[in-house]
Design a protein around this ligand. Structure first.
Ligand code: C2E
Ligand code: CA
Ligand code: CA
Ligand code: CA
Length: 284
């Protein structure tokens, strides 16, 4: 039924008209989805690599679509960026993650020091109301500003470095922490990194994948961790799936890690259990 009007767009190639129609349809679906609260957040633990304690959880959005099932962000974030709905969707993610952190803090003593990480998209980062949205999300939830970390990618910063630094400063003035996500995959010069008012570098999974087998990757991750230490930034390795990767990253001196080895993204109810779990034999 979605493609019934294809022939009405005779000037487009069939594949193009299909994508135009599908995107238009997805916009309508997405507006309805926001209204009907079809979006959900899953949370993945970020652990201290030395103690394996969960220090934070990253909020990862999913769309429980009424016809298409549970959709991954790769299936709708780009469309939301293109059609502008990323701003209200991103605002919902921010507010929900803060409200959920407040719930965990109320219900679980072990959650007292827990932090929550929220991903920002490029358009959301450029949106003039972002700082006010963040302030309202923290204030309405009643959580300490320092318990919220915002994740931003390098490419978002490099487009307009002066404007980006201004936004980062304003966010930091609220007391929130800032992380550079997918570090190493974008273009960023060391000179820029030095100027950026950020707290954390998240080393992209592509560098972690072979860190236990490839000497070049060891050298690269080692260099990034040293850079982080020199700039007094925390380092977090993404996508840790094996004990071997974990041990190597620990040896290199990376502070924290995230990945299937420590926990897959799970629903909000799964988080309190992460906070009281017994240390693994490896750390004893
Ligand atoms: P990301 O921010 O780099 O998030 C990490 C992604 O890696 C997540 O995919 C996570 O499930 C996956 N992952 C975690 N550990 C492992 C591992 O050990 N191995 C492998 N292979 N993958 C692992 P997910 O949840 O599908 O999210 C994909 C991307 O979508 C995120 O990448 C982020 O860029 C974006 N995204 C997710 N939620 C949001 C959101 O609320 N807002 C915005 N703007 N973007 C979001
Ligand atoms: Ca992220
Ligand atoms: Ca990432
Ligand atoms: Ca990534």
């Amino acid at each position: 039924a979605k493609r019934a009007g294809r022939n009405a767009y005779a000037v487009f190639s069939p594949s193009m008209s299909r994508s135009v129609l599908e995107e238009a349809q997805q916009r309508v679906d997405m507006e309805l989805g926001l209204e009907q609260e079809q979006f959900v957040l899953l949370y993945q633990p970020v652990v201290d690599l030395a103690t394996q304690r969960t220090t934070a959880v990253e909020a990862l959005v999913r769309w429980q679509h009424p016809e298409d099932g549970l959709l991954s962000p790769y299936q709708f974030i780009a469309t939301a960026e293109a059609n502008g709905l990323i701003v209200p969707l991103g605002r919902w993610v921010l507010r929900e993650a803060c409200a959920q952190l407040a719930r965990w803090r109320r219900e679980t003593p072990a959650a007292a020091g827990l932090k929550v990480n929220v991903n920002l998209s490029a358009r959301q980062f450029q949106y003039a109301g972002l700082v006010a949205d963040v302030a309202a999300a923290i204030g309405d939830a009643g959580i300490p500003a320092g318990s919220l970390t915002l994740e931003i990618t390098e490419s978002m910063l490099m487009e307009d470095i002066t404007g980006a630094i201004e936004t980062l400063r304003a966010l930091r003035a609220l007391g929130v922490r800032l992380a550079i996500d997918d570090f190493g995959t974008g273009y960023s010069s060391l000179n820029y990194l030095k100027q950026l008012p950020v707290d954390i570098i998240k080393i992209d999974r592509t560098f972690v994948e072979q860190v236990d087998t490839d000497a070049d990757d060891v050298a690269l991750v080692d260099a990034v961790v040293a850079l982080g230490q020199a700039l007094r930034l925390q380092t977090v390795a993404e996508g840790i799936e094996t004990e071997g990767q974990w041990m190597m990253l620990r040896q290199i001196g990376c502070d924290q890690g995230q990945g299937y080895l420590f926990g897959r993204p799970g629903d909000a109810a799964s988080v309190p259990g992460l906070l009281i779990r017994e240390p693994a034999p490896a750390e004893l």
